[in-house]
Design a protein around this ligand. Structure first.
Ligand code: ADP
Length: 489
């Protein structure tokens, strides 16, 4: 067996597609292990056995065994069951305990979720010892698995799993697992010194699980380079900027990819006219007309169709869109919005639709098939986020030959190279400060190129489709990081 084939990686996190997914974390927990497996790693994903996992997956799982595990300060012991299944070469081990995981969808509220993930973190490490599977690297995700690096260096240090090195990835810094010091002390059963300032202590009364994990992990990653820099500042740091600056030597940014099998315009059953780079210029107008027809817009493939696919929240920069909405419109332009969220934005976009029939469509729903059709049928996609750890919609847009218009923040900055009209390079249109006029200016620059210099626009469409936005690229960077850590053993 080659050296590469011997890398053993355990992923520990609270959700993974296709079993349970509530957000981007679920996608990463699915796609990255698959990609690492293809690159010769042996990967096990450890997650809770939630009651809400669809029965068709439960039916395929086998019971590997169970044991009792002490957890709390007073030595309370809990049942740990292990269920296993395999998918595309990746082994999934599910931690079973009905008291913690039989309710919720899968999360409930922080008060219950904190004991749940204290249990899960410790049980995941205990399960690895029970299975006698000793990984080189334990890759933990978000606050729910942030206790793992702490347990690893304390309670589990003298056990077989204690030889592993740990990585903690920040997908969303907004959620940190903060509670009273007493609550966390009780449930973790960890020693008092860990509740001092450099580890869990958040304030005189509060403890922060993410903070402890960031302190104890051997490496910390987040989902883009720019976001790794941004979270060390007060504006983006969610109160942990000082802590992250202190640990900056071990902080890295690795941008996410997208699943290029799911997002494949050449073989996408949801598209009226599938296409690849060889025929995109002929097929896009066909997809555009089908989209206009489906959404009740004036059918005209000469129009510049501007899309937005997004959760409708403040993070996504929708207040900027709201301010300049009327100015985005002219006789050459149509706007399509797909999203749900804050009623303030839902109402505003519905209003613009009612005022501009045939020209604006606000589709206030979560609709996977329409999302595919929008990526294929639009000319450009707006992503004007206030902050964006990585962002997937701009990657999908590029893969579908739709030009992204983005604010230069987080992963948007790292993945969209601004168009340079003098050298004819770049992938999209960008703006820097969080100002509505700058968004409008970026849209107008895009529109002008589309309407007056189609040859250069089309070249950008082809450049975007040729860009590598797959997971393979990111997986290689994670592999390099794993190897760097292994060499330090
Ligand atoms: P976030 O995870 O912050 O919501 P991302 O850009 O990382 O943002 O991922 C958003 C994903 O959700 C993309 O795959 C996008 O296509 C999808 N999406 C967002 N809103 C909708 C919607 N209303 N209908 C269908 N898909 C949506």
């Amino acid at each position: 067996m080659s050296e590469k084939a011997t890398r053993k990686i355990a992923f520990i996190g609270s959700e993974s597609y296709p079993f349970v997914k509530t957000g981007g974390l679920g996608d990463v927990m699915y796609a990255l292990p698959r990609s690492l497996t293809r690159q010769g790693c042996e990967v096990r994903v450890i997650m809770p056995y939630y009651n809400c996992i669809p029965q068709k997956f439960k039916d395929k799982m086998r019971f590997l065994g169970s044991f009792m595990m002490d957890l709390c300060q007073d030595g309370r012991a809990f049942f740990v069951g292990i269920m296993e299944t395999e998918l595309d070469g990746v082994v999934y081990d599910f931690i079973e305990n009905r008291e913690f995981f039989d309710w919720g969808n899968p999360y409930t509220g922080l008060w219950e979720d904190i004991p749940k993930f204290c249990f899960f973190s410790k049980a995941a490490l205990s399960a690895l010892n029970y299975l006698e599977w000793s990984p080189d690297i334990i890759h933990c995700h978000d606050w729910q698995a942030a206790l793992v690096p702490v347990y690893l260096r304390t309670r589990f240090a003298p056990t077989p799993v204690g030889r592993a090195r740990s990585i903690l990835t920040i997908h969303n810094l907004r959620f940190q697992g903060i509670c009273s010091i007493g609550h966390l002390k009780y449930w973790t059963g960890l020693p008092d010194y860990l509740f001092d300032y450099p580890v869990f202590k958040q304030s005189e009364e509060e403890a922060n699980m993410f903070k402890g994990g960031l302190a104890y992990a051997d490496r910390v990653t987040t989902v883009s380079d720019t976001y790794a820099q941004e979270i060390q500042t007060g504006f983006y740091g969610e109160g942990l900027d000082g802590h992250l600056r202190y640990h900056r030597e071990k902080l890295h940014g690795i941008v996410n990819g997208i699943d290029v099998d799911i997002w494949n315009s050449a073989d996408d059953e949801l598209l009226p006219a599938p296409y690849d780079a060889a025929n995109v210029l002929q097929k896009k107008p066909e997809n555009k007309r089908a989209l206009q027809d489906r959404l009740g817009l004036e059918e005209d493939d000469k129009k510049f169709v501007l899309g937005l696919v997004s959760r409708l929240t403040d993070q996504k920069g929708l207040d900027l869109v709201n301010v300049v909405f009327e100015e985005l419109l002219d006789e050459n332009t149509q706007v399509v919005i797909l999203g749900t969220g804050d009623p303030r934005y839902e109402g505003a976009f519905r209003y613009y639709e009612s005022q501009n029939p045939g020209q604006v469509c606000a589709y206030i729903q979560y609709n996977e098939s329409l999302a595919h059709q929008i990526y294929a049928g639009c000319d450009a996609l707006m992503v004007p986020s206030l902050f964006e750890p990585c962002g997937l919609t701009q990657l999908i847009a590029m893969r579908y030959g739709t030009v992204p218009i983005v604010r230069e923040t987080g992963g948007l900055k790292d993945t969209v190279e601004p168009y340079n009209q003098y050298t004819d390079e770049g992938n999209g249109f960008t703006f820097d400060r969080y100002e509505a006029d700058l968004l409008l200016d970026a849209v107008n620059r895009a529109k002008e190129l589309y309407l007056t210099d189609r040859a250069h626009w089309d070249e950008m469409v082809l450049r975007d489709m040729a860009k590598d936005v797959s997971w393979e690229n990111s997986a290689k960077q994670y592999l390099a990081l794993y190897d760097e850590l292994r060499e330090q053993e």
